[in-house]
Design a protein around this ligand. Structure first.
Ligand SMILES: [Mn+2]
Length: 269
């Protein structure tokens, strides 16, 4: 499989955001989009689990958005790109997790209510980090500011303040066990955006990331859950924090590519 390229954009549009200025530990996620694309060549178009093929889905790879090094500039660039091209269903390859914010901002303006389902090791709910409110450590806080509801899955690292916010906010739902997600999602009435920080997975399966955190899920658990999800209205998704410099064997990039294929087929195939 290779993500297609074409000049005219259809509804489903893949775009890369090669930005990692806000990675707080070790950079490299700026190489994520092209790394995931490279490993997508090794994937078949057909998913035996979903019994669907990418050949039956119209989608376009729009390439990478040109982004400056500063977070505010990146937010503007990604938001403007989506708006100018009138992208319907964005599939975003990060980049560090800060790239999710402009995508959700764009989508949230198009609907009355939006829910973001957030797979991650970290809560990403800080108000500010390293001098910017747009750090990857703040992205879900900014999403919350947009009036968007959040479902957090797999979070196992946070500050005490983030712990309290998660407990107190009635707009954050926490899912401790993956198998609880399908039932929970079937109760959500609004459209959904999925954001997958690759460090959600155990570092044994996804070592190529900037901030690895032990005790995550396996890809098998993740995909089994994905296949069981109800067919909610999905407006887009992203895969972020894949860092090729820490992924010499390529397994993290291969996992990123497979997530992209299975999400596209699951919801638009
Ligand atoms: Mn994150």
């Amino acid at each position: 499989m290779r993500f297609l390229s074409s000049k005219e954009f259809g509804d489903v549009v893949i775009l890369g955001v090669p930005f990692d200025s806000t990675t707080c530990f070790r950079p490299g996620a700026r190489f994520g989009p092209d790394g995931i694309r490279f490993f997508s060549e090794n994937l078949e178009e057909f998913s035996p689990s979903l019994k669907k093929s990418l050949a039956s889905v119209e989608f376009t790879d729009a390439g990478n958005v040109e982004v400056p090094a500063d977070p505010e500039g990146m937010v503007d660039a990604v938001y403007s790109f989506l708006k100018e091209k009138e992208i319907t269903f964005p599939v975003v390859l990060g980049g560090d997790h800060s790239v999710t914010y402009p995508v959700v901002k764009y989508l949230a303006e198009k609907v009355q209510k939006l829910t973001v389902v957030h797979f991650d090791a970290h809560a990403d709910l800080r108000n500010e980090y390293s001098g910017t409110p747009f750090s990857h450590a703040c992205v879900m806080r900014r999403v919350l500011d947009l009036g968007v509801d959040i479902v957090q899955v797999g979070i196992r690292s946070m500050t005490e303040e983030e712990f309290s916010l998660r407990k107190e906010s009635d707009r954050i739902t926490t899912v401790e066990r993956l198998e609880e997600l399908p039932a929970l999602l079937s109760q959500i009435k609004s459209p959904v955006y999925f954001t997958v920080d690759i460090d959600f997975f155990d570092p044994a399966f996804a070592p190529g990331t900037g901030t690895p955190e032990p005790c995550g899920a396996s890809p098998v658990d993740f995909f089994e859950t994905l296949y069981k999800l109800p067919t909610v209205e999905v407006l887009g998704f992203d895969v972020v924090e894949v860092s090729p410099p820490y992924d010499p064997s390529g397994i993290t990039q291969a996992l990123g590519a497979k997530i992209v294929r299975e999400f596209i087929l699951k919801f638009w195939g």
